[in-house]
Design a protein around this ligand. Structure first.
Ligand code: NAD
Length: 350
């Protein structure tokens, strides 16, 4: 019979507590306790019946512990991951996995012959908005996709914690960029040919409070990835153009629309008065040539990540979030930051 795996969550702030909720619904994984440098945070764990550990070392020495979940600020991920792997514990690490690709390389080097697994929590691959886009892309519902825009826009700046500081791995490229880029690369599954990026420092100096990243893929598909934190008007989360239609997903409630060309020929467009001029090219389309529907919902298995952690450890499955994919995203973010710093297009391979 498969053995229950026991977890200790290191760093029991916002996301550490979310891991407790995520694991709670998995039958074969159990959270044993927490370790946090702040006792107050461990008291929250105690209120859920979790043990408090007095140090990281005491967690690593405990034979009951199979898996360490790392949910500390980003700059601590590498050191804790390496210690845990060396102690023979499987590791689930929050994103961004590390501050750069070199640090990730160090972790993977240690993991290589350790006999234990290293997982990165790229949980936004399980977001329904992304899975809808993936379904439409894979099934060619709107024909051949030629342009994708993936954006998240907030309006309150960067939260007033470590995310504002470079030494902690702050900034929006590392915070949200890592999710959007990871998903796009997995979705398209083809080489990037070139990119151009501009980091924004609208009200910050140390770290970016947003960015705009243009990518061209080998097949010619283009993409715009954008993160903003001073957007009082939000742009759609997704805007996808295909040869036979288009998709817009406006928000996390999944409002939006899918338009599909129904092969009905349109009468030649009549010019319209637009502003101070006339236009035929930009005249609205005859709606009878399009089928319009709501965003088509898909089923999401929110247990997918942790079930895969369990099955991988048991040797029944391969990792769904592969470490080489995580490395590719880290390298792409580095190229994006270089593009921004030099104001130049980066051509691949680099
Ligand atoms: P947070 O500030 O709320 O919590 C971090 C906790 O780590 C704090 O309680 C702090 O006391 C503790 N800590 C700091 N250094 C420690 C150490 N050396 N050992 C043990 N505990 C330590 O931050 P957060 O929002 O929970 O973010 C934590 C991590 O989770 C970050 O890497 C962040 O990028 C990631 N995150 C991921 C998602 C996601 O959806 N995947 C969402 C939010 C945050």
């Amino acid at each position: 019979m498969n053995k229950i795996k026991h977890v200790v969550i290191v760093g029991f702030g916002g996301m550490g507590q979310q891991h407790r909720r995520l694991i709670e619904v998995i039958d074969r994984i159990k959270v044993l306790g927490t370790y946090d440098i702040n006792d107050k945070q461990m008291k929250i764990g105690e209120s859920h019946g979790l043990e408090s550990f007095e140090s990281l070392e005491s967690v690593l020495e405990d034979d009951r512990v199979d898996i360490i979940v790392i949910a500390t600020p980003n700059h601590e991920h590498k050191t804790i991951a390496i210690k845990a792997l060396k102690a023979g514990k499987h590791v689930v690490c929050e994103k961004p996995v590390t501050l750069n690709s070199l640090e990730l390389g160090e972790i993977l080097q240690v993991q290589k012959n350790s006999g234990v697994e290293f997982f990165v929590h790229q949980n936004r691959r399980w977001d329904e908005d992304y899975l809808i886009v993936k379904d439409i892309f894979d099934k060619r519902t709107i024909g051949d996709v030629f342009h994708i825009e993936s954006k998240v826009h907030g309006s309150r700046g960067i939260p007033g914690d470590w995310r504002k500081e470079k030494a902690y791995g702050g900034g929006m490229m590392l915070d949200w960029g890592v999710h959007l880029i990871d998903r796009l690369l997995v979705l398209l599954n083809e080489p990037v040919q070139s990119l151009y990026c501009k980091l924004a420092f609208n009200r910050t100096q140390e770290v970016d409070d947003g960015f705009s990243l243009h990518l061209t893929f080998k097949s010619g598909i283009t993409a715009l990835v954008e993160v903003g934190t001073y957007n009082y008007i939000q742009m759609p989360l997704w805007y996808v153009l295909g040869s036979q239609g288009a998709l817009s997903i406006k928000d996390w409630e999944l409002n939006g629309e899918l338009k599909h060309f129904n092969n009905k020929e349109e009468q030649d467009a009549k010019p319209i008065v637009a502003g101070a001029g006339l236009t035929k090219t930009m005249a609205p389309r005859d709606e009878s040539t399009l089928l319009t529907s709501c965003v088509p919902r898909v089923k999401v298995d929110y247990k997918g990540f942790y079930n895969n952690v369990y099955e991988t450890i048991e040797g029944h499955e391969d990792q769904l979030v592969k470490n080489e994919e995580v490395m590719r995203t880290m390298k792409l973010m580095e190229a994006a930051m270089k593009s921004s710093a030099t104001n130049k297009v980066i051509e691949f391979p680099i």
